[in-house]
Design a protein around this ligand. Structure first.
Ligand code: DGL
Length: 375
């Protein structure tokens, strides 16, 4: 019997050889692929740890229908549901949620701020927490943000986020705002930038941001001094940062504070009177923010009541109802002679926050004026 040539053997067994070779390739490839594809645990280890502190607001609001964008109920959806509604969060951070309050932010108080700031500081002191997101009603976001800007003792990111449409609305802005906030709070770019506010793909500094429209999604702006940057394609872009001291660089410490000094605001307008001012002083105000017209001007009929308040030891800060620009010292009033303080560029509601914290340190108006030029 003639032995088949090697060529004939090869041809006969070729399909089997190819099969074995392919199986080898596949298994090697799979091995490599498996070796290269990290498992969920390995992925989690590469992501930042972000804690979401929920306080309520529209971002947690619900409306009667998908077209209800005003007249809805604020502060109804809990933090776990907020997180569950944005599964994409898992791609950018390891997220945990805490329901600190569940309120509409017009009802935010000094007590809420002290509790929130203390919780933030405890969490940021932990090595396994990389950043904090605070979900919040938009009505007083700017005040909470500035209070935290002056009292958080860490360089780790603290990002405050809200929404202008309830979670049930068509094109609700809450989910994307929350995604951006978590992304920002876990980013290296946000470290050391002070407390930040993000809505509408924009990044604003706590000191300058303010609500400029009652109901539109682009309401938060830092008029004139400008926003810090954008969030685009799951990445933060910074173009500037505030020149004023904040967070770790401030002299304020609320660790052992259970109450803040009472400071009220008097709103300036043509033909105003001192009834509100007198009542606030009588009720024990330690400081008054006079939100004057123009460059913080004081109406003739208000001068004596303000001087009388100062004589009782009440600190008077001249701010402006205008909202932008510097309130010049010794401009519209003789601040040196009257022993008043000026707010620099802080609006009245933020000047109130700085004066409350200043009064936890001193009653000296020269020291307080220094603080208004520092923070
Ligand atoms: N009640 C308002 C608040 O909680 C709703 C506004 C909002 O959150 O956007 O601030």
């Amino acid at each position: 019997m003639v032995s088949p040539s090697p060529h004939v053997i090869h041809a006969r067994f070729q399909p089997y050889i190819r099969l074995v070779f392919s199986a080898l390739l596949l298994s090697t490839g799979l091995t490599n692929a498996i070796a290269q594809t990290p498992d969920a645990q390995e992925v989690a280890q590469t992501l930042p740890n972000v804690v979401i502190l929920a306080t309520g607001g529209t971002i947690a609001g619900t409306g009667a229908s998908s077209t209800t964008t005003v007249g809805y109920t604020s502060a109804t959806v809990g933090v776990d549901k907020l997180i569950a509604a944005v599964p994409e969060l898992k791609k950018v951070a390891n997220v945990k949620g805490e329901q600190v309050f569940q309120i509409a932010s017009e009802s935010m108080t000094n007590d809420h701020w002290l509790k929130l700031a203390k919780r933030v500081n405890i969490l940021l002191a932990r090595p396994d927490v990389d950043g904090i997101v605070i979900t919040h009603g938009t009505d007083t976001i700017e005040e909470t943000a500035y209070f935290l800007d002056l009292t958080v003792k860490s360089r780790k990111p603290v990002v405050i986020v809200g929404a202008m449409r309830p979670s049930t609305a068509l094109s609700a802005d809450g989910p994307i705002n929350l995604y951006n906030a978590v992304l920002l709070a876990g980013s290296k770019e946000a470290i050391g930038k002070g407390v930040l506010v993000t809505l509408n793909d924009q990044i604003n500094a706590a000191r300058e941001v303010t609500k400029t429209n009652t109901s539109t999604t682009d309401t938060f702006k830092s008029p004139e001094l400008g926003m810090l940057g954008y969030i685009q394609g799951s990445k933060p872009y910074f173009y500037r940062q505030s020149t004023r001291k904040n967070t770790l660089d401030t002299e304020f410490d609320i660790t052992n504070l259970d109450v803040l000094p009472k400071v009220d605001i008097v709103y300036g307008y043509a033909d105003m009177n001192s009834v509100a001012l007198d009542a606030q002083v009588a009720a024990g105000a330690k400081g008054i923010i006079h939100a004057g017209v123009g460059d913080g001007s004081i109406a003739a009929q208000m001068k004596e009541p303000l001087i009388a308040a100062r004589k009782k030891g009440v600190i008077i800060v001249r701010a402006s109802r205008v909202g932008q620009g510097i309130v010049a010292r010794n401009g519209e009033a003789s601040d040196d002679a009257l022993d008043f303080v000026v707010s620099d560029t802080l609006n009245a509601q933020k000047a109130r926050i700085l004066l409350m914290l200043a009064l936890t340190k001193t009653n000296n108006t020269k020291e307080i004026q220094r603080m208004f030029y520092t923070y």
